[in-house]
Design a protein around this ligand. Structure first.
Ligand SMILES: [Zn+2]
Ligand SMILES: [Zn+2]
Length: 225
């Protein structure tokens, strides 16, 4: 008797299917798939809804929080010149987090149900982000004086919003500008060709610093900019 290798049927719920892939998950997740709605996780409609987040939910939820945090630093006595500096510092912290979170926790060889071509599950659900905010807010308070911390963390949150929206756009938008076209090539190369290089999504800055720039033509062009 010949045992057929397990394959994923995208017309059926993914939970309990992708789990069967075991070691092969890592291979499946790096292959392109085509499906209109994105794969289904659960047969149950309510459970299914909880796993989906539209990209526009991200700015809708987090931009007001970021603005409120920035304004808090004003109210706590930072000047008009100091607030933007703290915000820029926070954005810079985000770029390092983007690289670090992507390279390490998100690349652990574990099994999961997610696929990069799945448009409703590409951004982080706000509930997950809210939980992650706790350690990073505490980190901001450790790194800076009390009046600076809210604007610094607000900047980190702004960086996160820019990242999540950019990441969605690179997968599902049609970039017409040179910069976004290059970012898209750089990122798709990461997903589908060489996923041990090119962890930066909004820029290749930290890939240059930590020497993880892939050696394709596109990547060389990016790193020389
Ligand atoms: Zn991606
Ligand atoms: Zn990745």
């Amino acid at each position: 008797m010949v045992v057929k290798p397990f394959t994923v049927d995208l017309d059926k719920p993914l939970v309990f299917q992708v789990g069967h892939l075991g070691e092969a998950y890592n291979e499946w997740v790096h292959q392109p798939i085509v499906s209109k709605e994105g794969p289904r996780f659960f047969a149950n409609d309510y459970l299914e809804l909880l796993t989906r987040t539209a990209w526009w939910v991200i700015p809708l939820v987090w931009l007001p929080v970021a603005s409120w945090l920035v304004s808090m630093s004003f109210r706590m006595g930072l000047t008009l010149a100091q607030v933007p500096l703290a915000v820029v510092g926070g954005i810079f912290i985000w770029t390092l987090l983007e690289y670090g979170l992507h390279r390490f926790p998100l690349h652990m060889k574990s099994t999961s149900y997610w696929h990069p071509m799945d448009g409703m599950r590409i951004v982080f659900p706000p509930a997950v982000t809210a939980i992650l905010c706790v350690p990073f807010w505490n980190m901001s308070r450790l790194l800076s004086p009390p009046s600076v911390a809210p604007a610094l963390f607000g900047g980190t949150l702004l960086g996160y919003v820019a990242y999540d929206v950019t990441h969605y756009y690179l997968h599902h938008g049609k970039p017409y500008k040179r910069l976004t076209q290059d970012l898209k090539k750089y990122h798709l190369n990461h997903h589908f060709r060489n996923h041990s290089k090119g962890f930066g999504i909004t820029s290749s800055f930290w890939d240059n610093v930590f020497r993880t720039v892939p050696s394709t033509k596109t990547a060389e062009k990016m790193s020389n900019q």
